[in-house]
Design a protein around this ligand. Sequence first.
Ligand SMILES: NC(=O)c1ccc[n+]([C@@H]2O[C@H](COP(=O)([O-])OP(=O)(O)OC[C@H]3O[C@@H](n4cnc5c(N)ncnc54)[C@H](OP(=O)(O)O)[C@@H]3O)[C@@H](O)[C@H]2O)c1
Length: 240
Amino acid sequence: MEYINLGKTGLKISRIGLGAWQFGGDAWGGPYEYGIAKEVIAKSVELGINFIDTAAVYGRGRSEEFVGRAIRELGGIRDHVVIATKIPGDWHRYDDVLKAARRSRERLGVDVIDLLQLHWPACWHNVPICETMKAMEKLVDDGVIRYIGVSNYPLQLLEAARSCLKKTDIVSSQNRYNLIERDAEKELLPYLQREGGITLIAWSPLAKGAVTGKYSPENRPGGVTLGKTSRYSILIILGR
Ligand SMILES: NC(=O)c1ccc[n+]([C@@H]2O[C@H](COP(=O)([O-])OP(=O)(O)OC[C@H]3O[C@@H](n4cnc5c(N)ncnc54)[C@H](OP(=O)(O)O)[C@@H]3O)[C@@H](O)[C@H]2O)c1
């Protein structure tokens, strides 16, 4: 396994991460039970994966619970694993950010969340970006989270978010990026490469199985999301 820097944090994360979207939900043909999630996490860690990405909305909180519980039960791995979670765009007001982060921390059962990402912009609530970032910075100050990331932010909003931060910086940007969906190459990726220090975390790097030969015109995906039987998913981390 290759390990790369998470932004300029000094944390080393595996080039391939484990996505915990399916954990605890039934959109992928589930229910996706805890026992399977634990097995997937154990195998991933054994293979050298140390970056796990979950979110408050995955399985309506159950994914975070599964990740935290598995890490505790597997014993002795907490210090080697970087836990990333996200809070949805609906909760980006100052007080909501603080509340959501504390709830995620409780569900994960950890002292501190390594990376808290804003899952998508507060696009239909018109929350000023600096209000949200002020809350994120307070969470760092209070020791609730270690680092701040964004997800699905267009470049201009990412820049605006960075300009609101007084003491810290954004360390990662999580965006859809794979061989088929390459919009990130137009402006986001060149910006990140130019700036340095912000890691691109590519979500759906296998285009949900579309690039692996899993589907064909005769064998189309079913279910609410692509593919009814997914049991695991990955993320690819770009950077050095
Ligand atoms: N920030 C966001 O808004 C956002 C959005 C979506 C996802 N994500 C994150 O990204 C993670 C990955 O997303 P994803 O599940 O959409 O993407 P993905 O990794 O591109 O796709 C998962 C699919 O790829 C197949 N697959 C995985 N490894 C394979 C391999 N070695 N060979 C063949 N097929 C393989 C799986 O097949 P099987 O069905 O056989 O298991 C599954 O259908 C999520 O868990 C989540 O953490 C974030």
